[in-house]
Write a protein that binds this ligand. Structure first.
Ligand code: SF4
Length: 278
């Protein structure tokens, strides 16, 4: 059976950086926690817990010591709270997310109504919104929501890093009609689209597709949907243990990809398991 493994499978730059910082901090700090799970990989979170990194959801519950800020950042209020408590900060916020936070803050300071293209409930979006402290901010998910925006003299647009370029473009078109002056910062990171395009290309060539990643990982679930649209024999697995040999009847070529928060060792275990299937 031939295996095609996506080159982009697994950690993106920001997640790799955050996990390296977390393991490094675990080796050096006596008392340490992460504010929320560092990434959407239960297996990696467990490894960190074994090294003493506890997952805490609220700043007020952090006992003392050091706190790791995960790759999609925290709200300005949480950061203020952490600073006020004089906790040691290991800031693993992805530099691309930080840029979006800084643009939102700058636009707000300079009197623009901030339009943030993204999913309202996502922690990264809540973080970016919180930095636009000086004026109005609207979170817009799609073109229809943008149509409902009020007219404004000056609008400034930033995007959640994982948004699609097409959605951003459509919302910008609407904002152009609704404002006298429009500034746009394209803060999309291409890690997501690179993974999606490669997964689509592989799904077209294979008899079965495996997508590896946490069941709680939104980007892995999206990859699975994209592959299923092309190759109905697509399975989302979290570890090698879930790979069922019965899936592989009359399969000659298998495609494998993984979400941006899937550790390399899990990808290798899945590849190994597939190799043993005859
Ligand atoms: S997807 Fe992009 S912005 Fe998000 S953590 Fe990865 S590199 Fe950073």
């Amino acid at each position: 059976m031939k295996i095609i493994l996506a080159q982009s499978a697994g950690f993106c730059f920001g997640v790799k950086r955050a996990t390296t910082m977390a393991f490094d901090a675990a080796d050096h700090c006596h008392q340490i926690c992460s504010l929320g799970p560092i990434i959407h990989s239960p297996q990696l979170v467990r490894k960190l817990e074994e090294k003493g990194v506890e997952v805490i959801d609220r700043v007020e519950d952090i006992p003392e010591g050091a706190v790791i800020i995960r790759s999609h950042g925290v709200t300005a209020q949480e950061l203020d709270h952490i600073l006020a408590r004089e906790l040691r900060i290991v800031d693993a916020t992805c530099p691309f997310v930080k840029k979006a936070q800084e643009y939102a803050a700058m636009l707000s300071r300079e009197g623009y109504t901030v339009i943030l293209v993204g999913e309202e409930e996502h922690p990264e979006v809540q973080g970016i919104v919180s930095y636009a402290r000086d004026g109005e901010v609207f979170v817009v998910g799609d073109r229809d929501q943008a149509e409902k925006l009020p007219r404004k003299k000056r609008m400034g647009v930033v995007a959640q890093t994982t948004q699609s370029f097409d959605n951003l473009r459509q919302i910008i078109e609407v904002c152009l009609e609704k404002s006298g002056e429009l500034r746009v910062f394209n803060t999309i990171c291409d890690a997501t689209s690179v993974r999606q395009k490669e997964a689509q290309a592989i799904a077209r060539q294979v008899d079965l597709m495996l997508v590896i990643g946490g069941f709680n990982s939104a980007n892995t679930s999206r990859l699975t949907r994209i592959c299923s649209d092309i190759q109905p024999r697509t399975h989302h697995v979290e570890t090698a243990a879930e790979v069922d040999p019965q899936w592989f009847d009359e399969v000659h070529t298998v495609g494998i990809t993984a979400g941006a928060s899937t550790p390399r060792w899990i990808i290798e275990e899945v590849v190994e398991k597939v190799r043993t299937i005859r």
